[in-house]
Design a protein around this ligand. Structure first.
Ligand code: ATP
Ligand code: MG
Length: 376
């Protein structure tokens, strides 16, 4: 899968222009506030997802313009395809292969992208919520029915929590708690088993990339933490029974707090390097490398599931990384299209083959590899 042309019109600070990327590595180099992240954000929107910056659509339109338009030509599902999104305030027009679509979600799965942006460092720096979100989002991309499972679990959890709050005033309701424990444990077991399976595959891919990034010095390990003994995680039935038992055992505490204290909504993903927890002890470079390894592993699993090679967007990934790690990211993620942004000319010049683009005040300039940056 690759993008062969992107056209921006009235998008953020980018000048209206067609960009023709390389099928391999594309490095977008420029000073701060020139439009590098805007460019990646524009590409990302073509995947049919919301901005990774979590902003309103109206923010995407260039100041003073009434609409923004992003068009692409891309190769996917063994053929040339095209897509187009026009943002009019909060409304959107979407086309796929020239045909009007009802919603931007029609583009999901057509152009598969995986993005790393500095905000994703929260995956190792912040609390378990971010890691659960990462797992759930990644699994949803390759198993759409998982989204429904999560939604059912969350609804059931809300109902159990509401009941926990009602019971102290209406003791007759206590018996109905068994029904909710059962429902929650069936759905919860399904989530736990799916996440365990995903983490196992993610870990083996991430290990490969992390060894490469760290020049063989660091072994990353990923462990799903769910407070259930390993021997009980072997089958859905066992996990269901174990969750149900835990819910019953914690009932008094839950009734006191009015909240369900056990279940996949409390689980975590432990990330370690050479056996040491990255969240508590990892250096900035190690934390960044871990997230990147996990993101590239996510792309690899997406490829296995969809048989499409996702395009990888790495925003500001090279800062805080030493030369060996930069060289790996610039030159060793082969056989797929990658877009990497960076501020340092010295970093950009480590690219051995691919396309270098300089972005200045919203204008993209292609820079032949044998030209010095100064003369460009
Ligand atoms: N809707 C918009 N219209 C016009 N300009 C905008 C709009 N949204 C953002 N900008 C401007 O785009 C500029 C570039 O933003 P961007 O985040 O792409 O910078 P960057 O090159 O990634 O910088 P950094 O290296 O600091 O991350 C910012 O100065 C911002 O003010
Ligand atoms: Mg940026």
């Amino acid at each position: 899968m690759n993008i062969s042309e992107i056209y921006f019109e009235g998008f953020r600070n980018l000048h209206d222009a067609v960009i023709v990327p390389d099928k391999g590595i594309n490095v977008i180099f420029g000073k701060n506030a020139q439009g590098k992240t805007n460019l990646l954000e524009g590409i990302w929107l073509l995947s049919g997802n919301k901005s990774f910056r979590g902003v309103r659509d109206s923010n995407l339109i260039k100041f003073g313009c009434d609409h923004a338009r992003i068009c692409s030509k891309f190769f996917s599902e063994d053929r040339e395809q095209s897509s187009e999104i026009i943002f009019w305030g909060s409304k959107k027009e979407v086309k796929l292969n020239g045909i009007n679509q009802k919603s931007v979600t029609s583009l999901i799965g057509k152009l598969c992208l995986v993005v790393f942006s500095p905000e994703h460092l929260s995956l190792v720096k912040d609390g378990p919520k971010e890691r659960r979100k990462f797992l759930d989002t990644a699994i949803c991309q390759i198993k759409p029915s998982y989204a429904e499972l999560i939604s059912k679990y969350n609804k059931t959890l809300m109902q159990r929590n509401a009941l926990l709050k009602d019971i102290p005033e209406h003791m007759g309701l206590l018996d109905t708690l068994d029904v909710w424990d059962y429902r929650l444990s069936v759905l919860g077991a399904n989530i736990v088993r799916t996440r365990l399976n995903y983490v196992q595959h993610l870990e083996s891919c991430a290990k490969k990339y992390h060894l490469g990034i760290s020049a063989g010095k660091e072994e990353i390990s990923l462990r799903y933490l769910c407070e259930l003994p390993d021997e009980q995680c072997g089958s859905s039935a066992n996990v269901k029974d174990a969750i149900e038992e835990k819910l019953k055992a914690g009932r008094q505490i839950d009734l006191r707090d009015g909240f369900t204290s056990f279940g996949p909504h409390k689980d975590d993903l432990e990330v370690t390097i050479n056996g040491v927890n990255v969240r508590n002890f990892g250096s900035q470079g190690q934390q960044r490398s871990c997230v990147v390894s996990m993101k590239i592993a996510e792309a690899e699993l997406m490829k296995k599931a969809t048989e499409q090679e996702p395009i990888i967007l790495l925003d500001d990934v090279l800062s805080e990384l030493d030369i060996t790690r930069q060289m790996f990211l610039l030159n060793e993620i082969n056989n797929r299209q990658v877009f990497i942004t960076c501020c340092e000319a010295a970093s950009a010049e480590r690219l051995k083959s691919g396309l270098l683009m300089q972005i200045s005040n919203g204008s993209c300039l292609l820079r032949p590899q044998d030209t010095a940056f100064d003369s460009f």
